[in-house]
Structures are given as structure tokens and as C-alpha cells.
Write a protein that binds this ligand. Structure first.
Ligand SMILES: Cc1cc2nc3c(=O)[nH]c(=O)nc-3n(C[C@H](O)[C@H](O)[C@H](O)COP(=O)(O)OP(=O)(O)OC[C@H]3O[C@@H](n4cnc5c(N)ncnc54)[C@H](O)[C@@H]3O)c2cc1C
Length: 500
């Protein structure tokens, strides 16, 4: 794999992975491909964690991630085990990245083709913003390339580590990442149109953060998306199914319905895990849940000191989601659709300051049966998502009134855009259920949120304060989102082998 260390086989050991999210599965695959004995303990009945489906009126609807980017992470992972990702999971590149709509009926589609996006921006917002977009693409590409070198493929580094490894030039390069201003400030300097600022600012929410406090560096997410948004056969569940099959082929044993109650620590070193069935010994353990679960003692007192819990005021966002089967009425939907609220600063004040779903939220609608066109109508599968505060560990915050308010705000926002559903059935998920799915972080979906200039260096590393205990998943370096969480699993495997 990358510069994080060699994965050459030089010793074989037994490793236990706690959690079968993409991070846990990626770690298991990398290790098993090099001959380690790997067992995965997953508290639920299936793999995938946040990548899950819900059955609504007989239809399987993807209720988690819908946007697949950076497929190279999976290509490299499968290649490391001698397999071809694209053969295992047919994916296709979307022609339209997403359709964006505002309350007055204005819509803007962004395309896979930057020149086409620039033209669309120019005809809606004028030549100055079209030029600003061109420059934004150029600059975010540069940021992405730097991040790729210093960050994505490597173990987490400290500022001191960067200076030691790359010298002063490394620091100067990092300083050019616009981390000294917020994403929003960076966008205001570039774009005249408040709508374009809003559109590109929304990428902060891909990692559960606010554009008003995340560093400008996060504008590189726009570039990551412009490198291709992919649809996988079977949605993102297709990726999980293929990873699970590969892990099994490599001899990984996955125990389902196996909640790990504690990490066994003996002589200052992780020696295995304990489930209801008893103790399971291992030479190393990787934890794939949210790092806060460890830090708050949910994996036992002995491993509490392994990592720090994310302070409540730094948790990333959770979500209120509706999966529904029905007929859509109103504006033409594509696969990915975003309906913006009118008061963007107010939206984040409500989410992060007042800890409630905003009255006028931005709503994402995934029409899962459509590709780049408007589809054929009839009964379809939809996922509707609004951001929500990570208060799932405070049940009083999610009583009936709060749930009704979240539903009503979502439906009002869609109705204002003329969109409604004649549905046959629906399921709703609040931060309470997200907390129950993976406890320890209040239903926060992306680990700590990105706040301030050093946010990108602030996540937990693959190693912990306890020898033999490692971390993988969206709450640790290099970050949240399906490819990043998978990459963290690969980095944990690299570290386990390097430490041996
Ligand atoms: C609604 C929604 C939309 C999203 N949209 C996107 C998107 O479009 N694109 C994108 O890239 N990302 C998106 N994400 C984020 C993405 O899903 C996550 O970043 C990623 O899947 C996290 O993977 P992970 O490895 O951290 O594991 P998780 O998915 O968090 O899984 C962790 C696993 O560990 C298990 N576990 C935890 N504790 C224990 C224990 N004690 N014992 C046994 N098992 C345990 C859990 O049951 C779980 O299965 C979205 C997330 C949600 C919820």
C-alpha cells in the first residue's frame, strides 16, 4: 500500500476486529491477505454498519451512504488481495453529480464534466462566477494533491512529524491549504453568488461539519467529488457484500450478533476481547466503532484510557432520515437532489448552537431508482435526509414533539419546492436510532467535527495509548465517509504489521 509502511508478510498473528463497518472489513482483508488469522465480531446481524438498507413495503432501500467517491481505495484494497474490485462490484460514473434547487424554483445541475458545470454556472450566475469556479477547481485540485501526499495515504502525522519528514517546505505547503480561514470565508472570497457559497459550503456536511467553522481546506471535498461520483450495483451495500465475500474467501471468520463487551488488557497490552460467550484471545485488536465509545468506557474500564472521547460540543452531525416507497410529485428529480433552505447561517446555528433540526432545513433526496435522467415514475424508492444534532444519547431530546418537528420541517421544505410523495410506507430514523446502532457518540455519524485550522491533524491515529489496540473507522484519521473509513482500516493494518 502507500507510504505508511510495508505490508510484506514477516510474521503471522491472530487479530480480532471489533465491528464490521467498512473500516473493520478493510483492516481484516489487508491482514488476512498477508496470512494473519482474523476474526471479526459484529454486534448486529449483518456487516456494513452505517451502510445499511431498510425494508419498506417489500422494497430494500439504501438508508445510509449513497455517494461513492474515490474508488481507488477499494481498487487498491482488492488488488492487495489479488482481486479486481471493478469485477466484483460493477460501478458506473454518474453524468450528473447532483441537482441543486432553491426555494424560488432555480435549479443548478453540476456535472461530471467541469466545463459543462462551468457553463451551467455561467448561464445562471454570470461570467465572474464561472471564472471563479474554474479557479476553484484548479485550487482545490492542488489542495487535494497535497492532502493525498501528506494525509490520505499515510498514518496521521503531527505538525512536528511533518517538519521532521518534509522540512520547512512541508509546513509552507500545508499553510497554502487555506486552513487559516473557514470554508465559508474562502467561498465568500471566491464566489459572488450567495447560492454558490451555499452549494459548495454544503460539502462540510459530508463530514458532519459546518462551513462556518470548518477550515477552508475542506473545500477539497468538492474536488474529490468532481473526480467522479459513482453508482454501485446494489448501492453502497454492493460494496459491503463484495468486501464481506472477499474477507470470507481469505479465511476471515465474521461472528454476527456478537457484541464486544470489553477489550481484554493484560500487562498494559490488548490481549483479546470479551463477549457474552467469554474471552477470545488475540495478539492485537482493532476497534471499528466510534472512538468515543472507547473513551467513555463502553468497552470496559481497562481500555478507557486508550483514546479520548470527542467532547459533546465537537461531535459531528447526526441525521433525521426517511426511507419511503411511493410516487414523487412535483419537480423532476435525478438520482441525487439537494433542496436548499433560505437561511444557511441560521441552519447551522440551530443544529450546532440550539441542538435542534432547523425550521427551514436543507434536504437531500436520493431517488434510488433513477440514474442521470428523471426516471419513469411509478412506485420508487427514496431516501430523504436532513442534518440533525448528535443528541441521540439524550432521549428526552427526541421525544414525540421533536420527531414531529423534524418531520414537519422536512416536509414543509420539500412542499415549498413543490415536491410531495404519495407513499405506500415509510421508516424514520432519528439520532436515537443512530446511537443505538453504534453507541457512544450520540448518533454523531462522522467522528469529531472539523473545527479550526488544525482540524485535519486532530483526529485519533490508528495507534492508541494501549499497545496492541488499534483504531479504524470514520472517527479516526484520515476521516469520515466510506472511502476514508476504509482507508483508515488499511492504515490500521499497516500499523499492526509495522509494530510487529
Ligand atoms: C444517512 C447517512 C448518509 C451517509 N452518506 C454518505 C455518502 O453519501 N458517502 C460517504 O462516503 N459516506 C456517507 N456516510 C458516512 C459513511 O456511511 C461512514 O463514514 C462509514 O460508513 C463509516 O464506516 P466505519 O468503518 O466507521 O464503520 P461504521 O459504519 O460506523 O460501523 C461500525 C461497526 O462497528 C460495530 N460495533 C460497534 N461497537 C461494537 C461492539 N462493541 N461490538 C461489536 N460490534 C461493534 C457496529 O455495529 C457497526 O457495524 C453516510 C452516513 C449516513 C448514516
Amino acid at each position: 500500500m502507500g507510504r505508511g509502511g510495508s505490508l510484506d508478510r514477516f510474521a503471522v498473528a491472530k487479530v480480532i476486529v471489533v465491528g464490521a463497518g467498512v473500516g473493520g472489513l478493510a483492516c481484516a482483508i489487508e491482514l488476512a491477505a498477508r496470512g494473519d488469522t482474523v476474526e471479526v465480531f459484529e454486534r448486529h446481524g449483518q456487516a456494513g454498519g452505517k451502510i445499511r438498507t431498510q425494508e419498506v413495503d417489500g422494497a430494500r432501500i439504501n438508508a445510509g451512504p449513497t455517494v461513492l467517491t474515490l474508488p481507488w481505495v477499494f481498487e487498491e484494497l482488492f488488488a492487495s488481495a489479488g482481486e479486481d474490485f471493478r469485477a466484483a462490484v460493477p460501478i458506473e460514473r454518474a453524468e450528473v453529480v447532483a441537482r441543486h434547487a432553491w426555494s424560488d424554483g432555480t435549479t443548478l445541475d453540476l456535472y461530471d464534466d467541469a466545463a459543462r458545470s462551468e457553463e451551467a454556472i455561467g448561464s445562471l450566475f454570470g461570467a465572474a462566477d464561472a471564472k471563479a469556479f474554474r479557479e476553484f477547481q484548479r485550487d482545490t485540485k492542488r489542495m487535494f494533491d497535497i492532502s493525498d501526499t501528506y494525509f490520505l495515504r499515510d498514518q496521521r502525522m503531527t505538525v512536528g512529524g511533518i517538519v521532521r519528514r518534509f522540512g520547512g517546505a512541508g509546513l509552507a505547503t500545508l499553510a497554502s491549504l487555506e486552513s487559516h480561514r473557514t470554508m465559508w470565508q474562502a467561498l465568500v472570497r471566491r464566489f459572488r453568488s450567495p447560492r454558490l457559497r451555499q452549494l459548495f459550503g454544503r460539502y462540510a456536511t459530508y463530514v458532519g461539519s459546518s462551513p462556518f467553522e470548518a477550515p477552508g481546506t475542506l473545500n477539497l471535498i468538492t474536488y474529490a467529488e468532481s473526480q467522479g461520483v459513482f453508482r454501485a450495483e446494489g448501492g453502497l451495500r454492493g460494496v459491503v457484500t463484495a468486501m464481506e465475500a472477499l474477507a470470507t474467501k481469505l479465511g476471515v471468520r465474521v461472528h454476527y450478533g456478537a457484541h464486544v463487551e470489553s477489550i481484554v488488557v493484560k500487562g498494559g497490552r490488548a490481549r483479546g476481547v470479551r463477549t457474552a460467550e467469554g474471552e477470545h484471545a488475540a495478539d492485537a485488536v482493532t476497534f471499528n466503532g466510534d472512538v468515543s465509545a472507547l473513551g467513555s468506557g463502553l468497552l470496559g474500564p481497562a481500555s478507557k484510557r486508550a483514546a479520548r472521547s470527542t467532547p459533546k460540543n465537537l461531535r459531528s452531525l447526526s441525521a433525521f432520515t426517511i426511507t419511503l416507497r411511493g410516487e414523487a410529485r412535483g419537480p423532476k428529480l435525478l438520482h441525487h437532489n439537494v433542496f436548499f433552505g433560505d437561511d444557511y447561517p441560521g441552519e447551522f446555528r440551530a443544529l450546532m448552537g440550539e441542538e435542534r433540526v432547523p425550521d427551514d432545513p436543507t434536504v437531500y433526496v436520493c431517488a434510488q431508482d433513477r440514474a442521470d435522467g428523471p426516471g419513469e415514475g411509478g412506485l420508487e424508492r427514496f431516501l430523504v435526509v436532513v442534518n440533525a444534532p448528535p443528541t441521540g444519547d439524550r432521549p428526552q431530546r427526541w421525544g414525540r414533539a421533536a420527531k414531529d418537528a423534524a418531520r414537519s420541517a422536512t416536509e414543509t421544505a420539500l412542499a415549498r419546492a413543490g415536491l410531495s410523495f404519495r407513499e405506500t410506507a415509510r421508516l424514520e430514523t432519528t439520532p436515537l436510532e443512530f446511537e443505538a446502532l453504534s453507541p457512544g457518540a450520540g448518533g454523531s455519524l462522522y467522528g469529531p467535527r472539523s473545527k479550526g485550522p488544525r482540524a485535519v491533524l486532530a483526529r485519533a491515529a490508528a495507534t492508541t495509548k494501549i499497545r496492541g489496540l488499534y483504531l479504524a473507522g470514520g472517527s479516526v484519521h484520515p476521516g469520515a465517509g466510506v472511502p476514508m473509513a476504509a482507508q483508515s482500516g488499511r492504515l490500521a493494518a499497516t500499523k499492526i504489521l509495522a509494530d510487529r
